[in-house]
Design a protein around this ligand. Structure first.
Ligand code: GN1
Ligand code: MG
Length: 385
């Protein structure tokens, strides 16, 4: 385990000094040295909008790479996160080299002592290869872009069809298990402050009224085939190339685990088809973009035509509702627990997110018929589960 060393702040050039806490800056210097860089030659700036880890872009001479401080409260075994990511990268790279995976695999760098992470006083850091000349998006602009997005996420999950899931540690057990999320919610509710319980009263009551949907999900879970899924297929986990504006890489492999296809499909739809951002408080104005939803669905189903069973195809309807419903419960649970899991910018942030995602769930339920018609338009090739 490395110890902090005294390091004059001026030896590390950080663009946005005020945004990075002093302790983090000090740690960054140590981490850079462990990866073989002299901090005084490096410029560091925060990267991305992740709600869990802290991510930085480092520029040194003409080179760029990514440094990430893993959230040890969320990832209880950070070494296992980096080990899992290595297995996935190796699998994707092998496919990429055989022209079976067109996207670019991302990979982690090793430290001077050949480790894929640095441990400083129990805090874990890693370095990731930076795919140059790329950008991320938060919203989809047109149907062409929607098709590219769905095709990229489908390629990713499809490329893991022959990956041995036993190699992966269950990084966050029960990550997308609705029953477990409900149990966590009920126990958060019991110990929450009266003030927070009151603030959340209407959404708490609504969740408790959704028993029928929870039973539908449980029934599906017992019959669906397990795959290796990404589990965080939100739109900003896709890198687009500046040169041709096409998807270049699927990033953020932290939660790649055994899961159901409806999780990856549902999370993609959740993050692409709402008219407002996932933490917007303008809930009354929320609508679903069905043009985008149709384009995403068609391209996603095309990407799985060989391996999709009828029951899996049907489950995608449930998945579209499940992902905002479950994320709403997770945000609410964190609000009731006093905001320990997701990064927040103001005291009601998690409550706003929870209400936003629950509204999305309600809209998908309201438009169930249209949703089902789009998802089932083209029948699956494999009629048996
Ligand atoms: C978290 O940190 P980020 O943005 O990659 C969360 C996802 C949520 C997402 C909602 C490990 O992902 O499950 O869907 O926020 N990741 C974890 O924006 O909990
Ligand atoms: Mg993530």
């Amino acid at each position: 385990m490395l110890k902090y060393r005294h390091m004059l702040p001026s030896t590390l050039r950080v663009f946005t000094l005020s945004m990075i806490p002093a302790q983090e800056k000090e740690a960054l210097s140590v981490v850079l040295e462990e990866f073989g860089y002299s901090p005084k030659n490096c410029s560091v700036m925060p990267l991305g909008n992740g709600l869990i880890n802290s991510t930085y872009l480092v520029k040194v001479n003409n080179e760029s790479f990514v440094l990430q401080h893993l959230n040890k409260h969320v990832f209880k075994s950070p070494e296992q996160v980096t080990n899992n990511a290595d297995y996935i990268s190796q699998h994707l790279k092998a496919k990429h080299d055989k022209n079976q995976y067109a996207l670019q695999p991302i990979w982690q760098h090793q430290t001077k002592s050949m480790q894929n992470h640095v441990n400083i006083n129990g805090e874990y850091w890693r370095s990731l290869h930076c795919i140059e000349n790329c950008y991320t998006i938060e919203t989809i602009e047109n149907n062409e872009q929607a098709k590219l997005v769905a095709n990229a996420f489908a390629q990713f999950t499809s490329a893991l069809t022959d990956f041995d899931s036993k190699l992966l540690v269950d990084i966050i057990p029960d990550f997308h298990n609705l029953s477990a999320r409900l149990t966590q919610f009920e126990s958060a509710l019991k110990q929450a402050s009266v003030e927070r319980q009151q603030q959340a009263a209407s959404i708490i009551g609504y969740i408790q009224s959704q028993q029928e949907f929870c039973t539908e999900v449980n029934n599906l879970n017992s019959v669906l085939p397990l795959r290796v899924t990404h589990n965080d297929t939100k739109i900003n986990n896709l890198l687009f190339s500046h040169s041709n504006h096409k998807p270049k890489a699927v990033i953020d492999l932290d939660t790649c685990m055994a899961g159901y296809l409806m999780h990856d499909f549902g999370d993609m739809i959740r993050s692409c088809c709402s008219s407002i951002a996932e933490d917007s408080a303008e809930i009354a104005s929320m609508s679903i973009n069905f043009n985008t939803l149709t384009a995403l669905t068609e391209a996603y189903l095309d990407g799985f035509s060989e391996t999709l069973s009828e029951i899996e195809q049907h489950s995608l309807i449930t998945g579209v509702k499940l992902m905002p419903f479950m994320l709403s419960i997770r945000f609410l649970t964190d609000f009731l627990n006093g905001d320990q899991y997701f990064k927040t910018q103001y005291p009601e942030h998690n409550l706003v997110r929870a209400k936003n995602q629950m509204q999305l769930y309600k809209l998908f339920c309201k438009h169930h018929k249209q949703l089902a018609e789009i998802i089932l338009r083209k029948p699956a090739l494999n009629a048996i589960a």
